[in-house]
Design a protein around this ligand. Structure first.
Ligand code: OKP
Ligand code: ZN
Length: 343
């Protein structure tokens, strides 16, 4: 399986994440990717290529133009206003306020376009986010050209980003862009299966009313886990998309038995629906030692999960999402890919 990887992810390296009331080194850090690359090479998966330049057209189709413009210019404006630190959202529109009037002041705009203040923007964030999307697009291109599967080693991740909000370490929803491009290239029904520990709120939002893209997510229950305000089982889609949004919230301590049962249920529904292409939001933070998550998967469980996914025998693009137990991120990620390819 070919991997697409860009060194430009390093341009996004915030120093600060607001966590538990203090600034800590972000959990989502550049070294995560090094562990994945090393493990790929160690396991002989050394077909690793740089992506082609990003294609803005599908990104512009899917996402809000004001949001894209904001991401492109935010750092410049922030500096122009004389702000000393990294961009961190401090004021977001809350209950009883206007949700749709965009301030002109950069501090206000940041709040408007952000849904979670742990995520900082720095000088290189936009370039890195584009390089991450480029990896996803090149992986899609490789599969569209006939490969069974491809792995986009995306960083920063994407599944929390909506059409007009960043947060949860995500800026451009790479998996959603791939799903849209699968559609544009002629796939009639595209399924996105999100196995990251966190609910893929951005992906859910983007396709909630659509009948051509099914979204399924296995995640920590929103009562207990970020993103807290979305991801309940009764969110099933709306209008012609009704029935095509499948949430599997699970409680703290969930192990592989219950998790795999949810995975099998999602796989059964994707198969019954007749998907002809598959996008995997590949986070490995369901791992037992993940520092910010609470499921209990072992490294071998990821191999088994990959196998189950592989049995669908669909053209598949894997997009890297989360995973923060950094020494294990490489092993767990590559285990999924190896399980998939073994079937
Ligand atoms: C992104 B992805 C740490 C809390 C972090 C945000 C988690 C974002 C996860 N104190 N909250 O889905 O792995
Ligand atoms: Zn996650």
């Amino acid at each position: 399986m070919r991997t697409f990887y860009s060194e430009d992810h390093r341009l996004h390296f915030p120093q600060a994440e607001l966590s538990g009331g203090e600034f800590v080194t972000p959990f989502e850090r550049p070294s995560r990717v090094e562990y994945v690359l090393n493990r790929l090479r160690e396991r002989g998966l050394s077909d690793i290529m740089a992506p082609r330049p990003v294609d803005m057209a599908p990104i512009r189709t899917l996402l809000d133009p004001g949001y894209l413009c904001f991401l492109e210019t935010a750092w410049e404006e922030w500096k122009r206003e004389g702000m000393a630190g990294e961009i961190i959202a401090a004021n977001v529109p809350a209950r009883g306020m206007h949700l749709d009037r965009i301030p002109t002041n950069i501090d206000g705009k940041v709040g408007y376009y952000c849904h979670a203040s742990e995520t900082a923007i720095t000088s290189g964030t936009w370039a890195a986010a584009l390089s991450s999307a480029a990896c996803a697009q090149s992986a899609l291109g490789h599969v569209a050209a006939g490969a069974d599967a491809a792995f986009a080693l995306c960083r920063p991740p994407g599944h929390h980003a909506t059409a007009d909000q960043y947060g949860g370490y995500c800026f451009i929803n790479n998996a959603a862009v791939v799903a849209q491009m699968f559609r544009d290239k002629g796939a009639a029904r595209v399924a996105i299966l999100d196995i990251d520990f966190h609910h893929g709120n951005g992906t859910q939002n983007l396709f909630y009313d659509r009948d051509d893209v099914l979204f399924a997510s296995l995640h920590g229950a929103p009562q207990e886990a970020y993103p807290y305000f979305l991801g309940y089982a009764d969110e099933t889609g709306i209008g012609k998309g009704d029935g095509l949004n499948l949430n599997y919230p699970m409680t703290a301590g969930t192990g592989y038995g219950a998790w795999a049962a949810a995975l099998d249920d999602a796989i059964g529904k994707i198969t019954a629906w007749g998907a002809d292409a598959l996008v995997i939001s590949l986070g490995v933070d369901a791992y037992k030692d993940d520092p910010i998550s609470f499921f209990k998967l072992d490294s071998d469980d990821f191999t088994n999960a990959g196998r189950r996914i592989g049995r669908m025998k669909l053209p598949t693009v894997f997009c890297m999402e989360g995973g923060y137990a950094i020494e294990a991120v490489g092993i767990n990620t590559v285990n999924v890919l190896e399980g998939f390819k073994d079937i």
